[in-house]
Design a protein around this ligand. Structure first.
Ligand code: GLU
Length: 542
């Protein structure tokens, strides 16, 4: 028997690879177009680092008129959860990161499918068969016990562990013997017959990490498991070849596998894609730093941001900050441009893990939300409240009123920046609702704390100065008049120049009115607040 017959015995039904090479034509795309992908396991869980990868991939494809696709890597079927793949696609959709090609509800969108590995079994088997035919792969009958024994021997001899070179048992098994075992129903897997020599180095030029030299691979890795499905290593090579991936953008935990992956591409006769290995998100933990962990850190899950009500634009902007540090400067120079106009560069990405900083994220979010219109803030916070805060939802039911409240200090040159997430909205507007205001307890007047003084300021203001019809300038001048009447400076400047001459300044006086009317010493524009509340409601409050 020869290797061709052995291949036929193992995969009698597999097609010749020329069938697939013909079926999946090279993509016709403009020069420089990047074809890239996000390749999650269908666990349903999206890690913030996964979203980061998808955002980068989506953006690079957009920037180059390329393609971004999502391939579901479900060859480790133990990790699959029901509907996990759809949940991941949904999350991407929520973040406006929809792939051009993928699988949804079992239906392929795109010409290069199936986009789910378990549906590509026949394809992998065809390529595995071609390797066996050429003597580049072989069936291995080693049981877990044999493999254990090999490892123990290696440990005793203080040698590298693994299935390679002289330690292999099945690599050089005569073909007839292998064929007999298969015919006898012995269980087996298929291994690569690695031609590598670890004393030699491969030169890899990573798009992010730069030049990295690593020893050649000599492990006879498993390419097809006993369930007939491929391993990740083998599957990704076949898929990225047939799907026309130009750039594999993935987590840097895969960097050590590059020698093996380049070897696989070489042995399969494929042109290797470019690799861009992304450093993980880090978090400060005690003295040191560690990777953001699914198990320990709630903020590692993309669902966390939805629950907190951090808008997707903010999450994406923050991630862009991490991806290219020059984004921050660009944003300062172009405050009103859409993020899509920023030119993301893979080679400007950090080589080592960036710190994931929630404070910074919320800061970015405040800026992002400050540019939202009242209508957008309304719609987004209402949507959030529907799932997470019944009280806020009820407050927002009167849309016309809510729009006025949310519109305070919005749409101008220096918009309010007190909302970082939709879960902040209730606290930032409750005092505009009479029933909530009625429950306010601690009125803190800050500078002026003499009750008699407070009462007379309030009385005087509403008796003599306040007029619902006043425009903003008149209103403010009256506040200054009131300050003067009580022995406070009309301007902060005047007070600072001559503090002995005054009891305080106009700001202290307006704070008294502000606290009396809202229960808070910090609010957005008081003039607008008074306007919206209107005389009748204000009078009830004071
Ligand atoms: N399924 C692999 C993972 O989640 C994908 C790696 C890749 O992008 O190639 O880690």
């Amino acid at each position: 028997m020869d290797s061709k017959e052995l291949a036929n015995l193992i995969f009698p039904d597999a097609k010749d690879v020329s069938y697939y090479e013909e079926k999946y034509k090279a993509r016709e795309l403009p020069e420089g177009a990047i074809v890239t992908r996000f390749a999650p396991s269908p666990t349903g869980f999206v890690h913030i680092g996964g979203l980061y990868q998808a955002e980068i991939a989506r953006k690079l494809a957009n920037q180059t008129n390329g393609v971004f696709f999502v391939r579901i890597e479900d060859t480790d079927q133990k990790r699959e959860i029901e509907d996990g793949a759809n949940q991941i696609i949904e999350a991407l959709k929520d973040y406006d990161l929809m792939p051009d090609e993928t699988i949804i509800d079992g239906k392929d969108i795109g010409e290069y499918g199936p986009y789910k590995q378990s549906l590509r079994k026949d394809i992998y088997q065809a390529y595995a068969k071609s390797l066996i035919e050429k003597g580049m792969a072989y069936p291995c009958f080693c049981t877990p016990e044999t493999l254990n024994a090999i490892r123990e021997d290696q440990e005793k001899a203080k040698e590298r562990t693994g299935y390679y070179g002289k330690w292999t048992k099945c690599r050089n098994m005569p073909i007839d013997m292998a064929a007999d075992k298969i015919k006898n129903g012995e269980s087996y897997i298929v291994r690569l017959k690695s031609p590598g020599n670890p004393d030699k180095k491969i030169k890899h030029r990573d798009v992010i990490k730069g030049n990295v030299d690593m020893p050649e691979n000599d492990q006879d890795i498993v390419i097809i498991k006993s369930d007939g499905l491929p391993t990740y290593h083998f599957a990704h090579a076949v898929d990225d070849h047939l799907m026309g991936t130009t750039h594999v953008i993935r987590g840097d935990e895969w960097l050590p596998s590059v020698p093996l992956h380049l070897q696989l591409f070489y042995m399969l006769g494929f042109k290797a894609p470019k690799y861009a290995h992304i450093a993980p998100m880090m978090k400060v933990d005690g003295e040191g730093k560690r990777k953001l962990s699914k198990r320990k850190d709630p903020e590692a899950a993309v669902s966390y941001y939805t629950e907190e009500g951090i808008p997707k634009q903010a999450v994406k902007e923050y991630l862009m900050n991490i991806a290219n540090s020059n984004f921050e400067i660009w944003r300062k120079q172009n405050p009103d441009k859409a993020m899509e106009e920023f030119d993301l560069q893979l080679n400007k990405m950090g080589v080592s893990g960036a710190l994931f900083d929630m404070v910074k994220m919320l800061d970015v979010s405040k800026n992002v939300i400050s540019k939202f219109s009242a209508e957008e803030v309304y719609n987004e916070s209402y949507k959030w409240a529907e799932s997470y805060d019944a009280e806020l939802k009820e407050m927002l039911e009167d849309k016309e009123y809510a729009l006025k409240v949310l519109g305070i200090e919005r749409g101008n040159v220096k918009p309010r920046k007190d909302i970082a997430k939709w879960s902040d909205v209730k606290d930032s507007i409750y005092y505009m609702y009479d029933d909530k205001f009625a429950k306010t307890e601690n009125f803190e007047y800050q500078k002026i704390n003499d009750e008699a003084e407070i009462n007379s300021i309030v009385k005087e203001y509403f008796d003599k100065y306040y007029n619902e019809e006043d425009d903003k300038e008149t209103w403010f001048n009256k506040m200054k008049d009131l300050a003067e009447a009580f022995g406070y400076a009309r301007e902060v400047k005047e007070f600072k120049a001559n503090p002995e001459a005054y009891k305080g300044h106009v700001g202290d006086i307006s704070t008294v009115i502000r606290v009396k009317v809202t229960g808070r010493c910090n609010t957005p524009d008081l003039y607008e607040i008074l306007k919206i509340l209107g005389k009748e409601r204000i009078m009830k409050r004071v």
